[in-house]
Design a protein around this ligand. Structure first.
Ligand code: ADP
Ligand code: ADP
Length: 224
């Protein structure tokens, strides 16, 4: 079977996690989410977690050398042999280069960089209402994507909380960091011919339909 190596790009709050959950179901790909890996490390107080916490709380990026090794290990691991869906990595050109070099060593390359575009004002609106399950990590929005029972995850009834870094001042700073450090990746992947753009202001279902159709077409092309 051909491999399917995908990354999700977009500002905080673009809907990457929301879409990833649906796409991993559709295409049966392992989901590697840097934010989730880092938050788990922080809560377990591992070495990685201790290195990352202060940066995350401040809305800064964790240094490239701290994060790249962890993600490359996951990408090169047995679960990702047939492909992966990466969310939240790369976020800098140095990380993108590290990913390319890692894939090249395995004689693999990226299939597509899925860019979900949403303007800053919409990001601010979304983040203030984002709620996350403490156990499953599933993402909700109090207004746009509410759980069936207030404050409880649909999957297992676990408690929903607001992330520490989702307060407005931190979100504004994360957006600045996105524009400065991550948007250069749009040109980087455009040059490689793998960038696919999606309008993230549509409903979650519409965004999902568009991305799924594009991936299905890519898969057909790969198999030809
Ligand atoms: P969001 O889903 O809101 O875009 P994430 O959950 O992906 O945010 O990331 C949360 C935080 O974890 C970031 O603000 C940053 O501090 C850190 N982080 C996540 N991915 C990376 C990365 N690739 N490089 C550096 N820091 C990262
Ligand atoms: P990211 O992983 O890119 O940071 P999330 O998937 O966590 O983004 O979504 C951020 C917030 O916006 C969540 O509260 C989510 O429920 C909500 N959301 C996601 N996609 C949409 C959409 N298309 N329209 C409205 N709200 C959305």
């Amino acid at each position: 079977m051909s491999q399917f190596n995908l990354i999700l790009l977009g500002p905080p709050g673009a809907g990457k996690g929301t879409q990833a959950e649906r796409l991993t179901d559709d295409f049966n790909l392992p989901y590697i989410a840097t934010g989730n890996i880092l938050r788990e490390a922080v809560s377990q107080e591992t070495t990685l977690g201790k290195q990352a916490k202060a940066f995350m709380d401040a809305g800064e990026l964790v240094p490239d050398d701290v994060i790249s090794g962890v993600i490359l290990e996951a990408v090169e691991g047995p679960d990702a042999r047939d492909g992966f869906l990466l969310d939240g990595f790369p976020r800098t050109v140095a990380q993108a280069e590290a990913l390319d070099a890692g894939l090249e060593q395995l004689d693999r390359r990226l299939t597509a960089a899925i860019l979900i575009e949403v303007p800053d004002e919409e990001v601010m609106r979304r983040m203030s209402g984002r709620r996350v399950s403490v156990k499953t990590g599933r993402v909700y929005h109090v207004e746009f994507d509410p759980p069936k029972h207030e404050g409880r995850c649909d999957v297992d009834g676990s408690r929903l909380v607001q992330r520490d870094d989702d307060h407005p001042e931190t979100v504004a700073h994360r957006l600045e960091v996105y524009h400065e450090k991550t948007t250069p990746l749009i040109g980087y992947y455009e040059d490689q011919g793998v960038l696919r753009r999606f309008d993230g202001t549509r409903s979650p279902t519409e965004v999902h339909d568009h991305i799924r159709a594009t991936i299905a077409t890519l898969r057909l092309e790969e198999e030809l």
